[in-house]
Design a protein around this ligand. Sequence first.
Ligand code: NAD
Length: 316
Amino acid sequence: MELRELGRTGLKLSSVGFGASPLGNVFGTVSDEEAVASVGLAFKSGINFFDTSPYYGGTLSEKVLGKALKALGAPRTSYVVATKCGRYKEGFDFSAERVTRSIEESLERLQLDYVDILQCHDIEFGSLDQVVNETIPALVKLKEAGKTRFIGITGLPLSIFSYVLDRVPPGTLDVVLSYCHYSLNDSTLGDLVPYLKSKGVGIIHASPLSMGLLTQAGPPQWHPASPALKSACQAAAAHCKEKGKNISKLALQFSLLNKEITSVLVGMKSVEQVEENVAAARELATCGIDEEALSEVEAIMKPVRNHSWPSGIQQS
Ligand code: NAD
């Protein structure tokens, strides 16, 4: 598995990262045994980056990931763990007091002494000025205290990243995690890459399958996409199937093509999905992407290209 450098952190992440939200039963029930086996196979296959949050499954994802990482029996320095703060089953709280307490709770669930990356989770749901003036300074203190090695922010609207990065002292943030913006249906993150690089932050792209839109099985009930976007993705998946091709493989490979993105976080809930996604990355490295399938899918997606959905509160 290819390793790529994450901004100026010195961390080298596998180009495919393990998104652990499915371990919180967000995409259907996953047994502990399947979770442990999936994480184990991912690690053995060269995936060294694992992302979770206290929000996923109301803390379940962190607990299950902690158990699975422990079962690896591998040196702590051989894998990179990212979690988040500020978003919980109970709601959002980006106060310094809450995020400071949050990391202690996360470390206990993960059975770790520190995480590698701590991110403010979905900041568009809070006051961005609070994130700049209160949350990030609290995260800096947690970094100084050794609870996390690096800090970052996550969210859906791309405008949140420049709002924050333009207002914090240079070098404060190490990472941004964007999701659903570098996939077959939406590649708008690509336009922001030069700006993010100028700020020296590492770039993580999550949800290459657009949270299930780009799968044969289709998205979960809660998926926020418009009916038009859902049906275009379904049409693209059906087209691939008819041609004996796999939309999820094509989607992951498309995201992996952009080398400015350090790691592509795909949510995995079974050994079979780990096998498929690792194989997709290997095939891309040796054979390249299926250009014919890519252009056919892009043509089907054209009417909904770069369509997203609202997320967060109106900022003043
Ligand atoms: P995703 O696009 O990775 O899709 C996940 C869905 O695709 C799940 O249903 C999974 O079972 C399925 N899947 C995985 N591999 C497959 C394959 N080979 N074939 C068919 N289906 C397959 O969406 P995601 O899980 O939401 O995103 C990935 C990860 O990124 C999350 O687990 C989380 O760690 C992170 N993330 C973070 C944020 C944030 O911080 N705001 C937002 C979204 C995602």
